[in-house]
Write a protein that binds this ligand. Structure first.
Ligand code: GLA
Length: 378
């Protein structure tokens, strides 16, 4: 009898144990199968009545696709990007990204504000670039979809803590993307701070209006509404001069093909930039919304205008692209296969007393608007 009871107890114990171990295995399996949301699951998209469509992800507030029509009405995605979140994390950090706190370079990552010297991380040779290694392109933004009378919107917010990436002040930032029925991508930036700081936000989308994967952009024609640009030293920091573009390969006051003068290595500035990688001083007197640039792709007839309240625009002709990417639709993104037009205050303004100020004080609201407007040759 005693033996029978012992056998029954042992059997019960074994059943119980094996149940427990099943539970543990089940939990493990669940953990193993919990998938990170995919790029598409994380993305929000907005569209307009003409079928123009764009997608944005929380990581870096990045624009991951933007589909616009050509002269026959055929839609194509005209920005560079990747298929997966992993590729966004490990690939080119700037594709489609929201850039902050400071777009472009600050010499040696140093600046002085109200008598205090600040040292930022240097992530581009001796200089600081695009807000530092984390910047705003490597943080997760809160994003939500809505609509206004102008069109569907994606509103993104981010609180950058005092001292983040070396910058002073708790900075509260809001970026709103609106897609209007006039085929405009409107980007509205606002920000406030609780300590005096510096700020220069932009978007770093890379465009190829042909929509053809891996083709170069040398045949695109560009007009830039600027009589002057800010020449740079060999580390791409402005010398402080506002130089006239007339008579140089930088003169785009009338449209020229990007490729026409891009290899004029006898021009020191072309040499330093390895092509175009320069800030233009827009022809304007105040911070009103004005036409900064117009790009035409002759084969497809796609046209993009850039309008901005900013005083400057960085024209970058993709000179650091190297064909080693694994991008959307099998693209590798070779040398000069996309261009950027980053509306901005001038690079290194905190160290250049004659450049428009980038200082933001408590009680003030930073407000900038940029519009990328899409059309076709008529
Ligand atoms: C900006 C800079 C370039 C380069 C790109 C990103 O346009 O001016 O020099 O760093 O960003 O690769």
């Amino acid at each position: 009898m005693k033996n029978a009871i012992a056998i029954i107890l042992t059997a019960l114990l074994l059943v119980n144990c094996s149940k427990k171990s099943e539970v543990v295995t089940e939990q493990k399996d669940t953990l193993n199968t919990v998938k990170q949301p995919s790029l598409n699951e994380q993305a929000l998209d907005i569209t307009n009545k003409n079928g123009v469509k764009m997608k944005v992800i929380p990581l870096g507030g990045k624009i991951v696709s933007l589909e616009v029509p050509d002269k026959t009405g055929a839609m194509a995605d005209i920005v560079t990007g990747y298929d997966t979140l992993d590729q966004y994390i490990n690939g080119d950090p700037y594709f489609g990204a929201t850039i902050g706190r400071y777009g472009n370079r600050i010499a040696k990552g140093k600046f002085t504000l109200e008598g205090k010297e600040y040292q930022l991380a240097t992530n581009n040779g001796i200089n600081a670039l695009h807000g530092g290694p984390k910047g705003f392109h490597n943080v997760y933004w809160d994003i939500k979809k809505d609509s206004t009378k102008e069109g569907e919107t994606i509103t993104m917010t981010y609180l950058s803590k005092d001292g983040e990436e070396g910058y002073p002040g708790n900075l509260s930032v809001k970026v709103v993307y609106t897609l209007s029925d006039q085929n405009e991508l409107i980007i509205d930036y606002t920000a406030t701070t609780d300590k005096t700081t510096i700020l220069n936000l932009t978007n770093h989308s890379y465009f190829n209006l042909s929509g053809v994967v891996d083709s170069d952009i040398l045949n695109h024609e560009i007009m830039i509404n600027a009589d002057r640009f800010t020449p740079v030293d060999s580390t791409l920091i402005p010398t402080g001069e506002l130089k006239k573009v007339a008579g140089t390969p930088f003169d785009f006051t009338k449209p020229h093909k990007i490729g026409e003068r891009i290899n004029k290595e006898d021009d020191q500035q072309i040499k330093f930039g390895k092509g175009y990688d320069h800030n233009y001083v827009l022809n304007k007197k105040d911070n009103s919304l004005t036409l900064a640039a117009k790009v035409t792709e002759p084969t497809t007839g796609r046209v993009m205008e850039v309008w901005t309240t900013e005083p400057g625009i960085q024209f970058y002709s993709g000179n650091f692209m190297n064909g080693k990417s694994k991008g959307k639709k099998g693209s590798t993104y070779p040398f000069r296969s996309a261009f950027c037009l980053e509306t901005q205050h001038f690079p290194d303004s905190p160290n250049q007393k004659d450049f428009p100020s980038t200082v933001l004080k408590p009680g003030e609201t930073y407000t900038q608007r940029t519009i990328y407007k899409f059309d076709v040759i008529k």
